[in-house]
Design a protein around this ligand. Structure first.
Ligand SMILES: NC(=O)c1ccc[n+]([C@@H]2O[C@H](COP(=O)([O-])OP(=O)(O)OC[C@H]3O[C@@H](n4cnc5c(N)ncnc54)[C@H](O)[C@@H]3O)[C@@H](O)[C@H]2O)c1
Length: 315
C-alpha cells in the first residue's frame, strides 16, 4: 500500500493529523526529531497511544539527515508540518533554529520530492505570519506578504521554495496558511495553553499590550480537515490557501469566554507588546471554501471548552 508521510508527527498539529489518518487505515510514517523548543515530554504524550497502531511507523530524526530516496519510494502524500514555530523566540540567538528547521529542512525535503515517482501531493504548513500587519482585513491570498517577525520571514521563504519546486519540477505542492491554531495538545508556548494553565494554578494571565489585538482562531480539527482535502482536490495543486476559523475575535473577548468556561474571573497581568506580533489577523477563506470546500466547523466557545478539559488532565 502506498504510504503517507507526516513530518512533525509528534507536534501539536502533526500528531492530530497522524491520529486522523491512522483511523482512516492509512499506512503512516511519522517523522519527528523531538527537539527541545518546548519540553519533548509533551510530544511523547501526543503520540504515546498512536504507537499501538500497527499501520504507524515513527522515525525519530532530523529531516535534513534522513535517507529520503529510500523513504519516498512508495510514498503518495507528504504532509510537511515540521517547523520551528513561535514568533517571539525567533529574534536573536535562536534564529539559526528557524533557518535550519524552516528553510533548510524544507529544501532537503523538496529536493527529494522532485525525484519521487509515486508522489501525488505535498501539503506544506504555512502560516498567517507571512502577512504581518496586513493592510486589508480580512486578508486574502493575493495580498503581498509583509512578515513582521523573523519566524514569518523563514516560513515565507519555505513557502516560496515550495512554489519554485512546483513550477520548475512539477512537485505537486499545496500551501495552507493556518491562522492561530488552538485545541487539545496545543503547544505550551501558545496563548490559550498558557492562559488555561495559569487559571489552573491560580496565577494571572500575561497579556501582551492592551488586549485589543484580534485573531482569527482556528480549531485544530478544522486544520486537519483542510489538510485532507488539500491532499486530494486536483485543482489545489500549486495553490496557496488561507485556513482560518471563520471569525475575528478581540483577545479581551476571548478572556471573557474563558472566564465563563472555567467558571471564575480571570486575573490579568498586562505586559509590554511583544515584538513581531501582528496587531490583527483575519483570514479571507473564500478561496479555500470555493476550491477545497473548506468550512470551519468548531466555534470558539466549543473549541476552548475542549482545550480546557485537556489542560486539566495534563497538569
Ligand atoms: N500552531 C499554530 O497556531 C500554527 C499556525 C500557523 C502555522 N503553523 C505551522 O504548523 C506546523 C505545525 O506547528 P505546531 O504548532 O504543531 O508545532 P510543533 O512545534 O508542536 O510541531 C512541530 C514538530 O516538528 C518537529 N521538527 C521540527 N524540525 C524538525 C526537523 N528538522 N526534523 C524533524 N522534526 C522536526 C518538532 O520536534 C515538533 O515536534 C508548523 O509548520 C508551523 O509553522 C502552526
Amino acid at each position: 500500500m502506498a504510504k503517507v508521510i507526516v513530518t512533525g508527527a509528534a507536534g501539536f498539529i502533526g500528531s492530530h493529523l497522524v491520529e486522523t489518518l491512522l483511523k482512516q487505515g492509512e499506512e503512516i510514517i511519522g517523522i519527528d526529531e523531538f527537539n527541545d523548543y518546548y519540553d519533548p515530554m509533551f510530544k511523547r504524550k501526543n503520540i504515546a497511544y498512536l504507537n499501538s497502531y500497527s499501520n504507524f511507523t515513527l522515525i525519530e530524526g532530523n529531516i535534513q539527515f534522513l535517507d529520503w530516496t529510500t523513504l519516498l519510494q512508495d510514498v503518495k502524500i507528504i504532509y510537511h508540518q515540521a517547523a520551528q514555530a513561535g514568533v517571539r523566540a525567533s529574534w536573536g540567538q535562536s534564529f539559526r533554529a528557524y533557518t535550519e528547521r524552516n528553510i533548510n529542512a524544507t529544501q532537503v525535503l523538496l529536493e527529494a520530492a522532485k525525484n519521487a515517482k509515486n508522489l501525488k501531493r505535498l501539503v506544506f504548513a504555512s502560516t498567517s505570519s507571512v502577512y504581518g500587519d496586513a493592510e486589508t482585513l480580512p486578508t486574502d491570498e493575493s495580498i503581498f506578504p509583509h512578515p513582521v517577525s523573523p519566524y514569518g520571514i523563514t516560513k515565507l521563504a519555505a513557502e516560496r521554495l515550495c512554489g519554485l519546486y512546483q513550477k520548475n519540477f512539477g512537485v505537486p505542492i499545496v500551501s495552507l496558511r493556518y491562522f492561530t491554531v488552538y485545541g487539545t495538545r496545543q503547544r505550551p508556548d501558545m496563548a490559550f495553553h498558557k492562559f488555561f494553565k495559569a487559571v489552573l494554578q491560580d496565577e494571572a494571565i500575561p497579556i501582551y499590550g492592551d488586549g485589543q489585538q484580534t485573531r482569527d482562531f482556528t480549531y485544530v480539527s478544522d486544520v486537519i480537515a483542510a489538510n485532507l482535502v488539500a491532499a486530494t482536490v486536483p485543482a489545489a495543486v500549486g495553490e496557496i490557501f488561507n485556513i482560518g476559523g471563520g471569525s475575528r475575535v478581540v483577545l479581551t473577548e476571548v478572556l471573557d469566554t474563558m472566564a465563563e468556561i472555567v467558571g471564575k474571573p480571570i486575573k490579568k497581568n498586562h505586559i509590554e507588546k511583544a515584538m513581531g506580533d501582528a496587531r490583527h489577523t483575519a483570514a479571507d477563506i473564500s478561496k479555500a471554501q470555493k476550491i477545497l470546500g473548506y468550512q470551519p466547523q468548531v466555534p470558539l466557545r466549543e473549541g476552548l471548552a475542549q482545550e480546557w478539559q485537556w489542560v486539566k488532565t495534563l497538569y
